[in-house]
Design a protein around this ligand. Structure first.
Ligand SMILES: NC(=O)c1ccc[n+]([C@@H]2O[C@H](COP(=O)([O-])OP(=O)(O)OC[C@H]3O[C@@H](n4cnc5c(N)ncnc54)[C@H](OP(=O)(O)O)[C@@H]3O)[C@@H](O)[C@H]2O)c1
Length: 321
C-alpha cells in the first residue's frame, strides 16, 4: 500500500510517497482502508518537530475516514465494511492504517467520509472550546481569529448555534467574505494588531466576553486588550509563531487565560462517542457546514502542507488516498 513517510524532520519536501507493508491489526485494533485523511496545522508541526509517539521514520496525519477491512483479536462493536472516522491515530496519510478500535467512531449514513474526516479534529476542538473550556452563553459577544480557517469556521458556526455573536478576524477581504457567509456577524480584516480599534468600536468600548485566539503569538497581546472585564482569552494558536509568554500580573481587567488541550474533551471513549455524535447531528441538521478548501491526491501531501503554511487556504484540506 502507498503511504507518505517522513524520513527526516524538516520542510514539506520531506513528505514523500512510497510503498509500505499492509498493516496487520494487533489485539484491540482495526484496519481501515482510508478514503479521506484530514490535513491539520498540527501535521506541519509533527513534520518539523516529530511526533509524540516515536522517532523518524513515521507516517504523518492523525485523522481520517474510511472502511473497516480487518479486525484484530478481541475487537467488538465493529464489523468489516463499517464506515468509521478517527482522530489522534498517527499514520493516517496512507491507503491503509491499523488503529486502536477505541479511537474510531461510527459515521452515520447522512454524513459523507469527507465531512466526517473534516470534523474529527477541528470540529471536536471547536466543540470543546465553546461547550466546556469557555462555554458560550446566548447573548455573549466573541472574537474569533482566523475565522475563515479550519477551526475558525467551526467555532463561528458553533457559537452562532449557541446564540452568541461572532466578530471574526481574517487577513484578506476574500477570507472575510467567506467568514460572513458561514455566519460571522461582523468581520474585521486585519493582520497584527489592527483589529483592536474596530473591535472596541463594535463593542462600545467594552470588549468581548471571549477571544478565541488561533492567530498565534503575533496577535496574542493585542487580544488581551479586547477582552472585557472578567472575560476569557482562550489561546490555541500553537505552532503559529512561538508560544506567547505573559506574567500573571500583566493580565488586565481580571481576565482569565485558558489553554485547552484536545484530550480534556475526550478523556474517555464514551466522551469521544458522545461528542462526535453531537457534531454529526449538527452537520446533519445543517447547523454545522463544512467547507472543503482543498482536495489533494495522497502523493501531493507536500503541496497541501505548503498551502496551509502559506496562509492562503480556507476551510478544511483533505488528502484522498
Ligand atoms: N488546542 C487544540 O486542541 C487544537 C486543536 C486543533 C488545532 N489547533 C491549532 O489551531 C490552529 C488552527 O489550525 P487549523 O488546522 O484549523 O488551521 P487553519 O485555521 O486552517 O489555518 C491557520 C490559519 O491561521 C491564520 N494564520 C495567522 N498567522 C499565520 C501564519 N503565520 N501562518 C499560517 N497561518 C496563519 C490564517 O488565517 P488568516 O490568514 O485569516 O489570519 C490561517 O488560515 C493551529 O495553530 C493548530 O495548531 C489546536
Amino acid at each position: 500500500m502507498q503511504a507518505i513517510t517522513v524520513e527526516r524532520l524538516g520542510g514539506p519536501e520531506e513528505l514523500r510517497i512510497g510503498e509500505r507493508p499492509t498493516p496487520e491489526p494487533g489485539p484491540g485494533e482495526i484496519r481501515v482502508d482510508v478514503s479521506v485523511a484530514g490535513v491539520n496545522f498540527m501535521d506541519t508541526g509533527t513534520r518539523r518537530l516529530g511526533t509524540a509517539v516515536g522517532p523518524v521514520p513515521f507516517v504523518p496525519g492523525v485523522e481520517g475516514a474510511g472502511q473497516v477491512s480487518a479486525l484484530g483479536e478481541g475487537v467488538t462493536g465493529f464489523r468489516v465494511g463499517d464506515r468509521v472516522a478517527w482522530v489522534y491515530a498517527y499514520g493516517s496519510y496512507a491507503e491503509q492504517l491499523a488503529l486502536p478500535a477505541a479511537s474510531a467512531v461510527p459515521v452515520p449514513d447522512g454524513v459523507s467520509d469527507e465531512v466526517a474526516a473534516s470534523v474529527m479534529m477541528q470540529g471536536i476542538t471547536a466543540h470543546h472550546f465553546v461547550t466546556e473550556a469557555a462555554p458560550v452563553e446566548p447573548g455573549q459577544v466573541t472574537l474569533v481569529h482566523a475565522a475563515a480557517g479550519g477551526v475558525g469556521q467551526k467555532l463561528t458556526q458553533l457559537i452562532k448555534a449557541r446564540g452568541g455573536t461572532v466578530i471574526g478576524v481574517a487577513s484578506t477581504p476574500e477570507k472575510a467574505e467567506l467568514a460572513r457567509r458561514i455566519g460571522a456577524d461582523h468581520v474585521v480584516v486585519s493582520t497584527g494588531d489592527a483589529f483592536v480599534e474596530p473591535v472596541l468600536e463594535l463593542t462600545g468600548g467594552e470588549g468581548v466576553h471571549t477571544v478565541f485566539e488561533g492567530g498565534g503569538e503575533t496577535t496574542f497581546r493585542a487580544s488581551m486588550r479586547v477582552v472585557r472585564r472578567n472575560g476569557t482569552l482562550l489561546y490555541y494558536g500553537v505552532l503559529i509563531g512561538s508560544v506567547p509568554v505573559v506574567t500573571i500580573t500583566e493580565l488586565p481587567n481580571s481576565i482569565k487565560i485558558c489553554y485547552p488541550t484536545f484530550f480534556d474533551h475526550i478523556p474517555t471513549r464514551e466522551a469521544l462517542l458522545r461528542h462526535s455524535a453531537e457534531i454529526f447531528d449538527l452537520v446533519q441538521d445543517g447547523r454545522l457546514q463544512v467547507e472543503i478548501g482543498g482536495r489533494y491526491p495522497l502523493k501531493d501531501a507536500a503541496r497541501a502542507h505548503r498551502d496551509i503554511e502559506s496562509r492562503a487556504t480556507t476551510g478544511k484540506l483533505l488528502l484522498l488516498p
